[in-house]
Write a protein that binds this ligand. Structure first.
Ligand code: ITT
Length: 198
């Protein structure tokens, strides 16, 4: 496992909800970070069939494009009764990034299914400009509700209740979400294996 020793990192995402969560998680470890959006880095095509594969594509593209190490997140909602869909296509179910449409589509496809279980999955990839990549995965199980509830968070948060909670991810604070989320769990592995406190 290569250790991250530099003091600059590019957060390779164009999703502002993710960028906010990732920068909050990174603050204790990295002095300076940039986002792919702020550096105007192009968004590579996500052609892999796994979260980890797509996270690697995004991290390598940003590291090569910026000349700095880069961290990418590929994540999504896997619904049990839909055989894991939308999965790696979670962003693509939202035309013009309209997640009201994506959430309604999940609910429509679930129909009267008694099984409302789902999981959020997050793959993180950290890549260096020489092409070296390390990857980490995290997951949180929960259940889907309808109608959506809450104004916080992003994406599918208003329909997802994590295990052990009664509120959706859009009803709890960012700190509470980060105590259990798929992203925080992947992050904990990244921190343990790859980062050192500044
Ligand atoms: P980047 O590729 O630029 O990072 P993206 O939004 O296209 O942004 P993904 O391809 O990884 O990212 O799509 C993941 C989608 O899954 C994302 O758009 C959200 O809708 C959903 N998602 C991921 N993590 C989530 C979370 O913590 N809460 C709610 N929805 C989440």
């Amino acid at each position: 496992m290569r250790k991250f020793k530099e003091n600059k990192l590019v957060i390779a995402t164009h999703n502002s909800g993710k960028a906010r969560e990732i920068s909050d998680l990174l603050k204790p470890y990295i002095e300076k970070f940039h986002t792919a959006a702020e550096l105007d880095l192009p968004e590579p095509e996500e052609t892999a069939r796994t979260f980890t594969g797509n996270a690697s594509i995004k991290a390598v593209a940003a590291a090569k494009g910026s000349g700095m190490p880069a961290l990418a997140d590929d994540s999504g909602l896997a619904v049990t009764a839909l055989n894991g869909e939308p999965g790696i296509f979670s962003a693509r179910w939202a035309p013009n990034k309209d997640f009201n449409i994506a959430m309604a589509e999940v609910n429509r496809r679930l129909g009267k299914s008694a099984d409302r279980s789902a999981a959020f999955i997050c793959a993180l990839a950290i890549a260096w400009p020489d092409g070296h990549v390390e990857t980490f995965e995290g997951r949180i199980d929960g259940n889907l509700i309808w109608p959506p509830r809450g104004e916080k968070g992003f994406g599918y948060d208003p329909i997802f209740i994590p295990e052990g909670e009664t509120r959706t991810y859009a009803e709890i604070t960012p700190e509470e979400k980060s105590a259990t989320s798929h992203r925080a769990r992947a992050f904990a592995k990244l921190v343990e294996q790859c980062l050192t406190q500044k």
